[in-house]
Design a protein around this ligand. Structure first.
Ligand code: HDE
Length: 724
């Protein structure tokens, strides 16, 4: 029977004749010019049906169109990065503020007129590619500068120190923090036995643990975190003079964190929270900016720091060596294709330009091997530099040839040097000082597998960090240690960890230990253990405000998200006034209601709704505005999701502004408009209660924005009592 006759009887889709197939194809393509082809350029007649023996028969092996498509699909994935698998990237530019000729000959650090293109990739460390953005972790902050002297990569983190002092411990560290091998649990989390087993046996990790337990590990946005080169590098000027340098990226929007409970909830509600945020601000023209800072130490003067500059578990306190701001980076273009750019970009701390060199930091030295090696397995060939995102803006000229995935078609006859058939001798560029010059470090030493005793202090800077935190930040660190260690099943590990912490600060260790069902911390017990060095340097500074997130400038409210809670009967006048003031200051306002569509205002107009309480919870916002209107307030008070929204925002220490009847929604928090209707601002930090009159003279907006600019009101009292 011809196929067309069996149409209605057959369950098989698309058993139409050839003419129908053609029109169906046209419906799926936008004209012959855009018709689909195979990878060989052959026009594909039908992208919906494979070649079969009869319409209901088996698929034919000879269907090369099907096989090509499926084969390509089968090979779409490349191995994810062993660490830093989850990342988000953006294009932008870097501009130096003034010539840095005194310290370095690097050309991209000389001319304030020149914009050097960059690509930045931010990442988490432990999780797989599909893991959530807001987990507790360090963040990678890797910048590729496409300079006309070659690509320069600054492959750093958002924390200025690291867990370990020697590269040989890196696989152990990562195996300990990654999911446990038995069951691959937990994903992207350090709160498990193997991580703390390792950490408690490696006292050198203590300083980094303090940072990881702080809110630095829970950034509010990738745009609101600092970046650090971590290791000491070298600047070298045209005279060959060398300086040690530590790199810093300072975000224009300040350094801000999430509440831990909030971070965990976001991981479920929007696992792409940071990636989405970065993408959206760039799409909307709110380009993120950082300033580049350097701490410079004259070579030969590093001994005066009081610690070993080569030890990556140490930072140079800014109170000791100030950061000089030397330039600015702006991210202003999203990638066209995530895989082609963000996934295939290949960073390497050894991608250097003349005027910048690395130091002998033993962690950095190991990295110099690892990054090329990892690209070979991840990107599949030694030609990964030919992938468009990895190509520089300057020409590449050498006699490396061929290999898998080679793109360049080398047309010259010679592929060797010296030669007389090509350009001749290309052994050296003209003049001995041109090209990359390694710093001629004097080395005459025995071959030795031994840790320098100058690395033996494991606690003094952890104490400096602790002493530099505000009360709220200390509370968060204690809570984070408690959370993580409470997830550790083996009590001996918990005990070992708090015994170590006693060497940072006994009060800290005692507070951490209190709810963990173990003995009080014992500093003496730690001393006998493997890896413990009974050696402590004296910090040159007791505190450093630069180590506290809260001591930094706030960065204002630009791009901060405000939820405006509405229902039918909302009083539109005061809402509009505050909304306009917020928009003028660069904040983003969204109307959240029980349903999409519109709500009716008290005066019978319609307001367009952006989100529902179900699809956009409070954790997606920085602040909440509850406008007036008796019916609106009553409706929201009856809605559990709306009440929960406010309680949760309060618990996460966000700024809340309630106007007139909107105060009713704060009832469960103990605020009652009836008691004092004239109050514009209550003593409770970040809760603003307003009447309509004060809205119209702009005072409420001012108070609201000033409170929002503080980011969070971490010192709110009685948070434990709030049911959210
Ligand atoms: Fe990395 N690291 N790392 N690392 N790292 C990688 O390279 C490694 C270290 C950092 O967005 C890998 O291309 C070793 C410190 C960032 O593509 C790998 C050691 C710092 C990124 C690797 C370290 C970093 C990586 C995995 C100890 C902060 C993501 C994929 C000796 C200064 C870059 C890749 C991107 C990625 C090895 C320690 C930062 C396996 C062996 C310290 C930001 O090669």
């Amino acid at each position: 029977m011809p196929p067309s006759k069996r149409k209605s009887a057959s369950p098989v889709r698309n058993s139409e004749g050839a003419k129908d197939k053609k029109s169906q194809l046209e419906a799926f393509t936008s004209g012959a010019a855009h018709g689909l082809t195979t990878n060989q350029g052959l026009q594909i007649p039908d992208n919906h049906n494979s070649l079969k023996a009869g319409v209901r028969g088996p698929t034919l092996m000879e269907d090369f169109i099907l096989r090509e498509k499926i084969t390509h699909f089968d090979h779409e994935r490349i191995p994810e990065r062993v660490v830093h698998a989850r990342g988000s990237g953006a294009h932008g530019y870097f501009k130096v503020y003034k010539p840095m000729v005194q310290y370095t000959s690097a050309a991209f650090l000389q001319n304030p007129e020149i914009e050097t293109p960059v690509f930045v990739r931010f990442s988490t460390v432990a999780g797989s590619r599909g893991s959530a953005d807001t987990v507790r972790d360090a963040r990678g902050f890797a910048v590729k500068f496409y300079t006309h002297e070659g690509n320069y990569d600054l492959v750093g983190n958002n924390i200025p120190v690291f867990f370990i002092q020697d590269a040989i411990k890196f696989p152990d560290l990562i195996h300990a923090v990654k999911p446990e091998p038995r069951h691959e649990i937990p994903q992207a989390a350090s709160a498990h036995d193997t991580f703390w087993d390792f950490a408690s046996l490696m006292p050198e990790s203590t300083h980094m643990l303090m940072w990881i337990m702080s809110d630095r590990a829970l950034p509010r946005s990738l745009r609101m975190m600092e970046g650090f080169g971590v290791h000491a590098f070298r600047f070298i000027n045209a005279h060959g003079n060398s300086y040690f340098v530590k790199f810093h990226w300072k975000p224009k929007l300040g350094v801000h964190g999430l509440a831990w409970d909030e971070a965990q909830k976001i991981a479920g509600k929007d696992p792409d929270f940071h990636r989405r945020d970065l993408w959206e601000v760039i799409e909307n023209g709110n380009f993120p900016e950082w300033e580049l800072g350097v701490q410079i130490v004259d070579a030969g003067q590093e001994g005066a720091l009081g610690f070993d500059i080569l030890d990556p578990t140490k930072l140079i306190p800014e109170a000791q060596v100030p950061v000089q701001i030397i330039g600015k980076m702006v991210l202003n273009r999203n990638p066209d294709n995530f895989f082609a750019e963000t996934e295939q970009i290949a960073f390497h701390p050894g991608h250097l330009v003349p005027g910048i060199d690395f130091s002998n930091d033993p962690l950095l030295q190991g990295r110099l091997f690892s990054y090329t090696d990892t690209q070979l397995s991840r990107l599949g060939s030694a030609n990964f530099h030919e992938i468009p995102i990895n190509q520089g803006v300057c020409p590449v000229h050498n006699f490396q040839r061929d290999g898998q995935h080679r793109q360049t078609i080398n047309k010259e006859r010679v592929a060797y040097e010296p030669n007389s058939l090509g350009n001749g001798s290309e052994f050296r560029v003209d003049g001995a000082a041109q090209g990359f010059q390694s710093y001629p470090d004097q080395i005459e030493a025995p071959k030795i597998r031994y840790r320098s005793p100058s690395f033996d202090d494991h606690f003094s800077q952890a104490t400096l960090f602790w002493n530099s935190q505000s009360t709220a930040e200390k509370d968060h660190i204690v809570a984070a240690f408690r959370f993580e260690l409470s997830k550790v099943d083996v009590p001996e590990i918990r005990q070992r960890m708090v015994d170590n912490l006693a060497h940072v600060d006994l009060k800290l260790a005692t507070r951490v230990a209190a709810p963990l069902g173990i003995k009080p911390p014992d500093p003496k017990a730690a001393k006998g253990r493997l890896g413990f060095r009974d050696y402590r340097i004296t910090n040159k500074v007791d505190e450093d405000p630069a180590l506290s997130m809260l001591a930094r400038p706030s960065g204002g409210i630009k791009t901060r998200k405000v939820a405006i809670l509405v229902a039918d009967g909302v009083e539109a006048g005061p809402l509009r006034r505050i909304q306009q003031d917020l928009i003028d200051a660069g904040a983003l306002c969204r109307l959240v209601a029980p349903h999409l569509g519109t709500v009716n205002t008290a005066s019978g107009r319609q307001l367009a709704v952006d989100h529902t309480f179900a699809n956009m919870p409070s954790v997606m916002f920085d602040a909440v505005l509850i406008p007036g209107g008796g019916d609106c307030a009553a409706a929201l008070c009856r809605l559990g999701d709306a009440v929960h929204f406010v309680l949760e925002a309060y618990k996460h220490c966000k700024t809340i502004c309630a106007v007139c009847d909107g105060v009713q929604l704060l009832g469960t928090l103990g605020f009652n408009q009836g008691e004092n209707p004239d109050l514009v601002s209550l003593p409770t930090a970040g809760v603003i209660i307003a009447d309509a009159r004060k809205v119209l003279d702009g005072q409420v907006s001012q108070n609201f924005m000033a409170a929002m600019a503080l980011h969070r009101h971490w010192d709110r009292l009685n948070l434990d009592a709030i049911p959210a």
